[in-house]
Design a protein around this ligand. Structure first.
Ligand code: MCA
Ligand code: AMP
Length: 511
């Protein structure tokens, strides 16, 4: 056992200010949490987890609404040394079954309103403990935690020990759990702390969901490890963000958030006078949005790039001495990250040439949960991770992501895997085949569109198909349009030409 405890919680806790009575988080429902509240509540939940006699490395799955208590559950899981498994709260039965079967969590936490089905499927699958947690501080998790002591010594963990599993599809196939260690997450938090010049008097507007890397790690870790206050929104509401701007210094969003904020009349230079940093990531930021933002607010959005498997990889500069922010690029390779562009046969290509983005470094995950073959496929022989993104460096070292070799749609910052949606469509009565594509969309960046062919003599009803999907999968995955066509374009090899479909439908949402 290492003398130094490398548990991520210990590092985050060390960032708390000396005065624990200062406000750590202020919510949109008018609550204020001090740093002491965070310390005590995470101790109580960690003690509850410890009292359950969980096996080493037990997974704690959360399918909850966004709340400060859900964040505390994450921190408590780290503190107790277990493995956190965040799940999008839009996931429905079939989606959740898969994650629970695959990850085999020992604890599942869900909302009271979903307990009837989440609890049932968890218990049927042998999960030992199911708790409820609502966004109004009610539920059995907090009731049980209240019976425990408010002091707790963090479990000793080394940098390589597992801290969290984030499900993502990598470049192909079904969802895979990216295994992130305490060291992966801490090294990235420290890198961003320096590169983005975080200060203890920063105030972060936290408007993102906390079941993905952006809201859970990049945003929350940034504030916690610097002892900076968070203005917490339980859901993104552009007006609520604008109202808070005069009291804030940092904001993070996916491009859709910036597009929606630009529609607010209250977004002015004056409203942004106290702000020092606007960060965008998770999906490409259109150059129009980048320019409109500069014009309206006088601020230049800092775009960065990362993945669930790697945490953050590149960033446009924050401080003037690190260079300038260039719109349309995702910036420079972050300190400690290795990033190369390769072409035919894996050879590194010179600046200016397009190729596959491969990465290495302390943030890169240890592999996919219980999928050694899939893990092996996604790494090169010399140990670099294949991102599935396609990019090019310019002469000044800025990276531009020009596309993806993986079949992935990013809608409003959420990832949608065409093969999954095609699977559901192809099971529907009367469907011969389908192709799911991403089409430019003014709000979501890309929108999911399904192109479906019926079996001979079958008349397909697009509205009924949409309704059928809504019953089965998370809303963000449901195609915004289902187009019924006589056949799909194919190449000489018989492969569906999705490029052609995307080209045909590129103006579907732009009038
Ligand atoms: C909601 N809907 C969507 C999306 N979100 N449809 C397509 N794409 C979406 N992203 C649908 C709902 O199903 C619903 O459909 C209708 O829109 C309204 O739902 P509501 O919940 O009210 O939507 P909203 O609150 O307006 O949500 C939009 C949003 C949200 C705020 C943009 O999607 C969001 O918070 N996105 C951020 C995702 C994120 O944090 N990504 C980071 C991943 P209906 O009315 O038909 O029922 S981390 C990552 O990618 C990497 C590692 C990185 O680099 O950060
Ligand atoms: P995830 O599977 O949620 O980890 O999403 C990671 C993917 O999001 C990356 O592989 C990229 O394709 C995409 N991504 C993240 N940030 C950016 C960005 N700033 N620009 C373009 N694509 C991005």
């Amino acid at each position: 056992m290492s003398a130094h405890n490398e548990n991520l919680f210990v590092a985050l806790r060390a960032g708390f200010p000396a005065d624990l009575d200062r406000i750590a988080i202020e919510t949109d429902s008018g609550l204020a949490y001090s740093w002491r509240d965070l310390d005590r509540a995470t101790a109580m939940i960690a003690n509850l987890l410890d009292s359950l006699d969980l096996p080493a490395g037990a997974r704690v799955a959360a399918h909850t609404d966004k709340s400060v208590e859900a964040l505390l559950l994450y921190l408590a899981t780290l503190r107790a040394g277990y493995v956190y498994l965040p799940l999008n709260n839009g996931y429905q039965q079939a989606e959740l079954e898969y994650f629970i079967d695959n990850a085999e969590p020992s604890v599942v936490v869900c909302t009271g309103r979903n307990f009837h089905w989440v609890g049932k499927l968890a218990f049927q699958r042998g999960v030992g403990h199911v708790f409820t947690l609502n966004d109004d501080r009610s539920g059995s998790l907090l009731e049980r935690a209240a019976q425990h002591a408010d002091r707790h010594t963090a479990a000793t963990r080394s940098a390589g020990d597992l801290a969290a599993i984030l499900y993502t599809s990598g470049t192909t196939g079904r969802s895979k759990g990216a295994m992130l260690s305490h060291g992966n997450l801490l090294s990235n938090a420290r890198t961003l702390q320096r590169y983005w010049d975080w200060r203890p008097d920063d105030v972060l507007i936290h408007a993102l969901p906390i079941f993905h890397v952006h809201g859970l790690f990049v945003a929350s870790h940034g504030a916690l490890i610097n002892g900076s206050t968070m203005l917490w929104l339980s859901r993104f509401d552009p007006r609520a963000v604008v109202e808070r701007l005069p009291r804030a210094t940092v904001f993070m969003g996916v491009p859709t958030l910036y597009v929606r904020l630009l529609q607010e009349a209250g977004l002015t230079r004056a409203a942004c006078a106290a702000m020092r940093l606007f960060v965008s990531g998770s999906a490409p930021l259109l150059i129009e949005t980048f320019r409109d933002w500069q014009e309206r607010t006088g601020h230049t959005i800092l775009e960065r790039y990362g993945m669930s498997e790697t945490v953050m990889l590149t960033s446009n500069p924050c401080r003037a001495e690190d260079g300038t922010r260039i719109g349309g690029t995702v910036g420079k390779v972050l300190p400690g990250v290795g990033l190369r562009i390769t072409g035919e046969g894996g050879a590194v290509v010179p600046a200016g040439e397009i190729g596959n983005v491969e990465v290495s470094g302390a943030g890169v995950f240890g592999g996919y949960w219980r999928m050694p073959e899939k893990t092996a496929e996604e790494f090169t022989a010399d140990g670099w991770f294949r991102t599935g993104d396609v990019g090019r460096f310019d002469a000044s070292g800025h990276l531009t992501i020009v596309g993806r070799s993986k079949d992935l749609i990013i809608s409003g910052g959420y990832n949608v895997y065409p093969a999954e949606i095609e699977g559901y469509l192809n099971e529907m009565p009367g469907v011969a085949e389908s192709a799911v594509i991403g089409v430019p969309h003014p709000d979501f960046g890309e929108a999911v569109v399904a192109v479906v062919v019926g079996k001979p003599g079958e008349a397909l009803d697009a509205a009924a198909m949409t309704a059928g999907l809504k019953d089965r999968i998370a809303g963000f995955k449901v195609p915004k349009r289902v187009l019924v066509v006589p056949d799909l374009p194919r190449n000489a090899m018989g492969k569906v030409q999705k490029n052609l479909l995307r080209e045909q439908q590129r103006s579907l949402f732009s009038g």
